[in-house]
Design a protein around this ligand. Structure first.
Ligand SMILES: [Zn+2]
Length: 290
């Protein structure tokens, strides 16, 4: 069975290890949209999409996972977000990056932050690690080891039209597995190549990869590209920008245009819209006084 844009969770019968396999194609292509990312930047973005989906699929509550990379190198900023129901979106900003740029050359002094937001009930949990110049996967393994103390192996791959990966984690609260077994599993997933995922995330691929182990493979869960931007959130951004700034932008071109960096959706505000956005604010302001 092959299904694309999906995650397959699994557990090892004889080892306290759980895992998930992800492949994204349509979602990944839509995320790239009109961005025309340089190859090496797209590569990191695709790997981030796979990794963030793998983290989000393990959430046991309504919430979201946001992965953010910021640094002084050519890859200035990357943000990737997935909800617990596996709606993902993400984007990156980078200066000039040659086609043969290495990961290390793009992420000078970069940090990686993973924020797990459990909705309104709890404060978001954030872990921050230095980016390891070897790879994004190594950086995230550091995050799992240091911030959440869950030993993890991560393999992530990205191509122009699809990306994917595998996450293995020792089960928290259970007896740690033998060092030899854990190392063996790490070697196995390190053999994952992008081409292995060309046909999607399949249970056959898992059986092939872990031929010596008995796995319990669960139903595949669909993943989709979905941006959470809304008209009211964009209006909120204009209010934060301030009335003077917004009116100045308006005076320049006769309208205010806001384009969502995630999905490319363009929203245009005319003079009536601008007045309404700031009139609402006045009403809200007076309402809070009384
Ligand atoms: Zn959007």
């Amino acid at each position: 069975m092959s299904s694309k844009d999906s995650v397959i969770p699994f557990v090892f019968d004889a080892l306290n290890v759980r895992g998930a396999l992800v492949q994204l194609d349509v979602a990944w292509q839509r995320m790239q949209g009109e961005h025309k990312y340089p190859g090496p930047v797209a590569d990191v973005l695709g790997q981030s999409a796979a990794a963030t989906t793998l983290i989000a699929q393990s959430l046991k509550f309504d919430g979201s996972v946001t992965l953010q990379v910021t640094g002084n190198g050519p890859l200035a900023m990357l943000v990737m977000q997935s909800t617990d129901s596996l709606d993902i979106r993400g984007m990156a900003t980078a200066t000039e990056v040659p086609d043969d740029a290495t990961f290390a050359s793009m992420v000078t002094n970069a940090r990686c932050a993973v924020t797990v937001d459990a909705g309104a009930m709890e404060r978001p949990y954030q872990g921050i690690v230095e980016i390891c110049p070897d790879s994004l996967a190594a950086s995230l393994e550091n995050y799992f080891a240091r911030s959440v103390q869950v030993p993890s192996h991560l393999a992530i791959v990205s191509e122009a039209t699809f990306c994917g990966g595998i996450l293995l984690q020792q089960m928290p609260g259970e007896q740690p597995i033998a060092e030899d077994d854990w190392r063996r599993l790490g070697f196995l997933i390190a053999t994952l190549r992008a081409q292995d995922l060309a046909e999607g995330a399949t249970s056959q691929l898992l059986q092939k990869l872990f031929a010596e182990d008995d796995l319990r493979v669960f139903h595949a869960r669909p993943v989709r590209f979905h941006c959470r931007c809304t008209q009211s959130r964009v209006e909120e951004v204009l209010r934060m920008l301030g009335e003077a700034e917004t009116r100045a932008a308006f005076a320049e071109s006769g309208r205010v245009e806001v384009t969502c960096e995630f999905c490319g959706r363009r929203r245009v505000f005319d003079s009536v819209d601008v007045s309404r956005v700031f009139a609402d604010q006045v009403q809200k302001g007076s309402a809070s006084i009384h």
